[in-house]
Design a protein around this ligand. Structure first.
Ligand SMILES: Cc1ncc(COP(=O)(O)O)c(C=O)c1O
Length: 362
């Protein structure tokens, strides 16, 4: 392992203690612990509802079903994301349409989204991804969705606590989804969350993740659904991690500011944080034309890096035949390099990272 790894999930005594309590409570699967986590997460996002799921992919799948996306529909999304953003669209029975990104923010370009909506028939929804923890341009994206009467499902898998115009992500779309995978800003091991202000969407999503049961449970199944439920142990961890999240995000932001400062004169493009947005730096991603050379050098110096993502989704074999081009996403996939920014990166680690980059450029 690198001296400075790209991710270092943190689990403390409080998580262990809460899991121990839940494990001896007799309620291991769904139950009051999960309801409490949902209530706390909804309050954190400022939404009326939150529904816990087994992971971020199942959250997206259930949310798309819940807003009414299905067979024959198209959904506009970004090709520059983890493949789950598109897989969930396919799993809901629809087809993704990939619109290009803005090179500075790495997020969906609203103009490209509108072009895609005009070009394609049967577009039912837009899935903006708040990539690396930076909110997508939600005001313009919501306007476009409104103009064409489309649902919006935010993929906030990487953006717990990020904000646009002072409003927390997860509260903009008809629904939003979060991932609690270990590398994320907060974790439950595996886990996900759907947030929404719409009662009908909350009801349908809760039913879909629980074999189509009605809210009162039991053995009447009003629709076909899945078991996408979260365990009580995961919820217990999540409640502690949610409590820690503001400190975690502050540490990430402070590390990012230090990296940007120290790399001001380096031959790399550092991430931007537009004035109307609060970035939570799930990843600190630079752009450089010499990505692979720099990554190898950093590896030699004990600094872990990540390439998220080396192949845009429309160029993945699973999406063969989806005939889109997205030149900005394609170029960015060759340039993007993520540096360690997580809360366990120390001041000395920051110096190691930036000194190694300067040394490479000498
Ligand atoms: C942008 C994005 N969407 C969706 C997901 C899926 O989340 P999970 O891995 O919890 O299923 C991830 C996880 O890496 C992600 O980064």
């Amino acid at each position: 392992m690198s001296d400075v790894p790209i991710a270092a999930p943190e689990m403390g005594e409080r998580e262990i203690e809460r899991v121990r309590e839940v494990m001896t409570s007799g309620r291991l699967a769904d139950g009051p612990e999960v309801r409490a986590f949902e209530d706390e997460f909804a309050a954190f996002c400022g939404t009326d509802y939150a529904l816990a799921t087994s992971n971020g992919t199942t959250a997206l799948h259930a949310a798309l079903e819940a807003v009414g996306v299905g067979e024959g529909d198209k959904v506009v999304t970004t090709p520059f994301s983890f493949v789950a953003s598109a897989n969930a669209i396919r799993l809901a029975g629809a087809e993704p349409v990939f619109a290009d990104i803005d090179p500075d923010t790495f997020n969906l370009d609203p103009t490209a989204v509108e072009e895609a909506i005009r070009r394609e028939d049967d577009v039912a929804a837009v899935v903006p991804v708040h990539l690396y923890g930076l909110p997508a341009e939600m005001d313009r994206l919501l306007d476009v969705a409104d103009d064409y009467d489309l649902a919006v499902v935010e993929d906030a898998a990487q953006a717990h606590g990020a904000a646009f115009d002072g409003r927390t992500v997860g509260s903009f779309g008809d629904a939003a989804c979060f991932s609690m995978y270990p590398t994320k800003n907060m974790t439950t091991g595996e886990g996900g969350m759907i947030t929404t202000d719409r009662e009908d969407v909350a009801e349908r999503a809760a039913s879909f993740v629980n074999h189509g049961r009605p809210p009162e449970g039991g053995y009447e199944h009003v629709r076909v659904g899945h078991n996408f439920r979260m365990t009580s142990m995961a919820a217990a961890i999540g409640r502690v991690q949610l409590d820690r999240l503001p400190d975690y995000n502050e540490a990430r932001r402070s590390n990012a500011a230090a990296l940007t400062d120290a790399l001001a004169d380096a031959d790399v493009v550092t991430p931007t944080e537009p004035d109307d947005r609060r970035h939570v730096y799930h990843q600190y991603t630079i752009r450089t034309d010499d990505r692979d050379g720099l990554a190898d050098h950093l590896d030699d110096e004990g600094v872990g890096t990540g390439v998220y993502y080396p192949t845009p989704i429309h160029e993945q074999p699973a999406y063969d035949g989806v005939s889109h081009t997205a030149p900005v996403a394609e170029r960015t996939a060759e340039q993007a390099l993520s540096l360690p920014v997580h809360p366990n990166v120390s001041e000395e680690d920051l110096r190691t990272i930036t000194a190694a980059i300067h040394e490479y450029e000498r």
